[in-house]
Design a protein around this ligand. Sequence first.
Ligand SMILES: Nc1ncnc2c1ncn2[C@@H]1O[C@H](COP(=O)(O)OP(=O)(O)OP(=O)(O)O)[C@@H](O)[C@H]1O
Length: 279
Amino acid sequence: MIPLRVREVGYAYEDGPPVLTGLSLAVPAGRALALLGPNGSGKTTLLRLLTGGLVPGSGRVELHGTPIRHDRKGLAELRRVVQLVVQDPDDQLFSASVAQDVSFGPLNLGLAPDEVRSRVAEALAALGIAELAERPVHLLSFGQRKRVAIAGAVAMRPQVLVLDEPTAGLDPAGQEALLDTLAELRAAGTTVVMATHDVDLALRWADDAAVLADGRLHTGPAAELLADTTLLAAASLRPTWAHAVAAVLIAHGVAPPGTLPRTPAELTALALPAQPRTH
Ligand SMILES: Nc1ncnc2c1ncn2[C@@H]1O[C@H](COP(=O)(O)OP(=O)(O)OP(=O)(O)O)[C@@H](O)[C@H]1O
């Protein structure tokens, strides 16, 4: 099933040149999709089109096979299914306290107060910020505000969670906690789309990748697409260190050709193949 799909979408901001032209992308259910591309290539624009914040100039965006409507009712329906976490948390947070902010969406769904409370507690715990519940949002650090913004989307229990550079500004522990949270959401069936500049992260995390380069969207399995050094260069992205090391191991006959490690553990297994037991 394809919950979200863009078909031949084109977009230009007012008085500006076309940002996206004739792009198509399917977001299959339950998958993790990483969207990569250079600054200004249109990642945020594409995510805003996918989530109803922008109306395509041409083409269409479909939710469960039906073109999305950009009127109030259509967007309310879309928001029940699809949640966007924007790049800058300050564009998303506006309540006085953390708990108030995270409860805003579930309250808008008309859920009972007990249900709202349990969703908020669950989302805050998932993001590792339960202790911040009563803190004023404006006194939090950037990384903390970023986690609050993500918790707000998680509390909506969307089928599709769309994140615009969610790890930017998070410390390494925060990034790991976020990846753990996303893994739990995916295990529960949530589809996750993430824009990122971090090829290592995308390779480790994503099933599928979409790379904006030279005005085109290249799509495919993350492990294959992100091993394409020509494409990465066209998208101003650095090849992953794991692939660089794998290339050396392959060149020296240590690893078989075509080996694409995705994690440090997989790379270690290539470099140090299991030795036969001697006793
Ligand atoms: N509100 C806007 N009005 C006019 N032009 C805009 C607006 N938002 C973005 N643009 C332009 O559209 C193009 C694509 O921007 P977008 O933010 O989608 O790129 P991006 O790939 O997300 O970039 P980054 O990696 O820097 O976040 C850029 O040239 C940008 O200047």
